[in-house]
Design a protein around this ligand. Structure first.
Ligand code: PEP
Length: 256
């Protein structure tokens, strides 16, 4: 039985003061509740220490949105996974579509980053998903397969407990347009099939696959109720306490 994960990607929003306030609000609303899954917030780097003071894993976990592909040294502007771990992070998002698009990050870099994240004892959330044009051309399965094939077989330490996948159709990210539950389920089942071929049936059955793309409280229950959808990576709706907690409640409700 896979535990759901509801992960908030704050992107380039909320400095230390505002981030701490949001994380405290979420923690206060969820503390003491017996959740059947995990809740995670991923603030900007500079906000991580402030959030660590209130998101202590009880029940809100803490992660980062990115990391360098080296752990320390003469790499101006970079942040290594060990530093993130020391600051309180347990997860790192890798390969978000915005980093693919704006920073031109590629498979080789993702492999280096995820291997380092794992070597440092952190968990990676690996994002992938097709562009609108690729879906319109009926190529979404091929694109997703290539994205998984380009990275998963090269990971040295990946297992279902240190690696989470996040299927994020790019046409649904920040657009208000959400994949239908049927579309999400189809792509998640396909992803799991590809993972089975690459890593084996055991890892494929146990690895969590999140859905990302305009997920909100009103659609979370139906999306997360799909057999192969194990929670969500949430952008815009992770920035307000009520919206984010509503999604966690959707994840709980999806379990019946
Ligand atoms: C994201 O950026 O990972 C995301 C899913 O954003 P949004 O929920 O705003 O579509």
């Amino acid at each position: 039985m896979r535990r759901y994960l509801v992960a908030g990607n704050w992107k380039m929003n909320l400095g230390p003061a505002a981030g701490r306030e949001l994380a405290a609000g979420v923690s206060d609303r969820l503390r003491g509740r017996v959740l059947r899954g995990d809740v995670l917030v991923c603030p900007p780097y500079v906000t991580i220490p402030a959030v660590a003071a209130v998101a202590d894993g009880n029940p809100v976990l803490l992660g980062a949105q990115n990391c360098g592909d080296q752990d320390s040294g003469a790499f101006t502007g970079e942040v290594g996974p060990s530093m993130l771990k020391e600051a309180g992070a347990q997860y790192v998002i890798i390969a978000h579509s915005e980093r693919r698009q704006y920073q031109r990050e590629d498979d080789e870099l993702f492999v280096r980053k995820i291997n380092l994240v794992h070597a440092c004892g952190l968990k990676a959330i690996f994002c992938y998903g097709e562009l609108l044009g690729e879906r319109k051309a009926g190529r979404e399965r091929d694109v997703v397969r290539a994205q998984l094939e380009g990275v998963l077989p090269k990971l040295q330490y990946a297992d279902p407990y240190n690696t989470v996948l996040a299927y994020e159709p790019v046409w649904a990210i920040g657009t208000g347009e959400t994949a239908t539950p049927e579309q999400a389920q189809e792509m998640h089942a396909w992803s799991r099939e590809v993972v089975a071929r690459l890593l084996g049936d055991g890892p494929a059955g146990n690895m969590r696959i999140l859905y990302g793309g305009s997920c909100k409280a009103s659609n979370a229950r139906e999306l997360f109720g799909q057999k192969d959808v194990d929670g969500g990576l949430i952008g815009g709706a992770s920035l307000k306490v009520d919206d984010f907690v509503g999604i966690v409640e959707g994840a709980e409700a999806a379990l019946g």
